[in-house]
Design a protein around this ligand. Structure first.
Ligand SMILES: [Zn+2]
Ligand SMILES: [Zn+2]
Length: 303
């Protein structure tokens, strides 16, 4: 099971009742945060989720509304007596940018590890999350992220019994381990079926629409996508500032055939995203206007 929370849904600046766009995932005791603008730690606190298990922080790009909250969050994690290292992933230069911000948060009781993204598409495996970073089209280098949770194949009792594999090895094989018993060796493939459909979440802000976004979001359980503008006549602005309208986001969701799409990163001038949803839903039915603290629990499909 994967928990996902859209911590805030504002773009550019936090507003009194709208924190900046960021997302937190919880899986198997390990939390992953995407983006950390000013006030993100307050949004986390509002949601009641904890800081201490944040093992991975993915940064989309180096605009203040996506990273300026980082030194404060790291200090809070330090005060919560975090000891384990935290991995920070971001575009080329992320280590330098974070270390510059850390001039005001120099002493932390845990180590920071950095992964710099250089390629158009990069795959990482961290804390049980399979992460794909993909370059999008903004006015600075920016990445979208796909998170996937793999699901193992089914354990076959019949196979285990017919191969006379001792019961005490079953759970090891289920965990993907090879087992040696005297001169006999047992492999997970002997008793495990093919991988089953896992869980997939795609997060993309800030960008113009691109083919790679719908490719990466393909069949996702949840697609969180920026929608800076709801007003149709703001398309020129969206193009100029390299953002999207609600309708462009809905078109990507439709192409990607996702289960559900949440809009986020609203312009501060956009006060009521709900007003535009009728037309957005004509393009993609399962479009939802994101709200601060909106969360969902995504489970593996029943069989
Ligand atoms: Zn932004
Ligand atoms: Zn930006």
């Amino acid at each position: 099971m994967l928990d996902v929370c859209l911590l805030g849904c504002s773009g550019m600046m936090p507003l009194p009742r709208r924190w900046l766009t960021a997302m937190m995932a919880r899986y198997n005791g390990s939390n992953l945060l995407i983006d950390c603008g000013e006030g993100t730690q307050i949004a986390i606190k509002n949601k009641g989720w904890s800081f201490n298990p944040i093992d991975v922080i993915l940064i989309t790009h180096f605009h203040a509304d996506h990273i300026s909250g980082l030194p404060g969050l790291l200090l809070t994690m330090g005060n919560a007596e975090r000891k384990d290292p935290v991995t920070i992933v971001g575009p080329k230069g992320v280590e330098k940018v974070v270390n510059s911000l850390r001039v005001i948060a120099p002493e932390l009781p845990f180590e920071l590890k950095f992964i710099e993204l250089n390629e158009k598409i990069e795959k990482l495996s961290l804390c049980g999350y399979n992460i794909t970073a993909f370059k999008v089209n903004h006015n600075v280098v920016c990445y979208g992220y796909t998170l996937e949770i793999e699901r193992k194949g089914k354990f076959s009792l019949e196979k285990a019994e017919s191969l006379n594999i001792p019961k005490r090895f079953w759970s090891l094989l289920q965990n993907g381990e090879k087992v040696a018993d005297g001169d006999k060796e047992y492999y997970p493939e002997m008793v495990m079926g093919p991988k089953r459909k896992g869980i997939k979440v795609c997060y993309c802000t800030d960008s113009r629409p691109l083919g790679i976004i719908s490719e990466q979001a393909k069949n996702a359980d949840l697609f969180i996508c920026e929608g800076m503008y709801g007003e149709k006549d703001k398309i020129a602005k969206a193009k100029e500032y390299k953002h999207m309208t609600f309708y462009e986001a809905a078109k990507l969701a439709k192409e990607a055939e996702v289960k559900e799409m949440w809009l986020t990163h609203y312009s501060p001038s956009l006060l009521k995203p709900e007003l535009y949803m009728k037309d957005v839903k004509k393009i993609f039915k399962n479009s939802v206007p994101g709200k601060d603290g909106k969360s969902v629990e995504i489970n593996f499909e029943e069989e």
